[in-house]
Design a binder for this molecule. Sequence first.
Ligand code: IFM
Length: 443
Amino acid sequence: MNILTLPTKSPILSKEFVYGVATSSFQIEGAPQGRLKSIWDTFCETPGKIADNSNGLIACEHVKRWRDDIALIDSLGVDAYRFSISWPRVVHKDGSLNKEGMQFYVDLVDELNGRGIKPFVTLYHWDLPQYLEDNGGWLNRDTAYHFRDYAEMVCRALGNKVHAYATLNEPFCSAYLGYEIGVHAPGLTGQANGRKAAHHLLLGHGLAMQAMRKVTPDSLYGIVLNFTPCYPESDSAADKTATRQADEYINQWYMQPVMEGTYPDVIEQLDINNRPDILPGDMAVISQPLDYLGVNFYTRLRYRADGKGWFDEIQPTNVATTEMGWEIYPQALTELLVSLDKRYSLPPIYITENGAAMDDKLADNQVNDEDRVKYYNDHLNALHQAKIQGVNLVGYFAWSLMDNFEWAEGYEKRFGIVYVDYATQKRTVKLSGLAYKNLITQR
Ligand code: IFM
């Protein structure tokens, strides 16, 4: 498949629908000498944590090549660029502003606006300054307040030149992968740690929302949550209950507090010592009104009852998967959005990430990633379905602009619509990038 096709007159082909590409700081920037150490630098130094033993020291050399990268983004014809600020690049250890580090983002935002590309800025895409982790990181309630101060400082520097700010990217990953099962930085384990980190992240979100809105009321403010819709293995009551528990534990744990100011019922099933300390007023802070919700979607998961009152995740077998081993199941995207829309009173929705790691081959200066084109095609059509069923979808971002550091997978998994040759740093627009450009520019 080499083109993206949607029904003619699809509402997601309107000029108002925002199309963009997304990246994050640690995954592309490199240039660690200009910033403090982050928890991901430390994690990469820990033997056995990253599949190819790599790190973010060079990555895509974006700090050096950013002007060319923005020209590349512009050449794709997109309306918006979603990127994140590296917290350790813009602060000193005492929490004060690192002016030089901040200037990098001021210039970036100016360049984007100069080209008519809307900047979507994420404040936290996982690269916590290591000095804060040394004080307990997200297990320490104070980190939520440090996050608020940092977010406010960024707002003062970038102001309303930013179209939309997001506080956190995927707090599930920071809390669960980083503090509960230890496959991401900082590599801690234990349910009590995971739940505590999640609560402090959400608190930080709410505090930052309040502070930022005061500084620059004209930008849009939201949060980016990842959703992995949960499906039961069978129609048995036990599997359905287990699936609901899983959904509450991995998805609604973040959505429900933000939207409704409560944790899902599954919290009652946790050992009392594993529940977070919720202080009076926390839930009201967490449930600040949102201007938009960012939804990241890649796959679904299936569950069964484990026979001990909890859920068991089923590894996908005999189904189409991406190189990450994630099942390709686009209809879950429609079903997710429609079910969220039924359940919550939603603000406008941006799909802030969607994409696939595929086995790309560069030959004759081309990457014919037809499998990725099909992935995008099927997911955009799934979005079309959600939109015509009434979901207030307003935009879509491809993950990712270019191949980059895929966390614990290192550089072995490629998500870009632009290929990066890490030896030369040459960028080559893949077939999927050309198809995406074609779809966007023909509107
Ligand atoms: O690369 C990540 C990104 O940083 C967060 N969302 C999922 C992507 C693919 O794993």
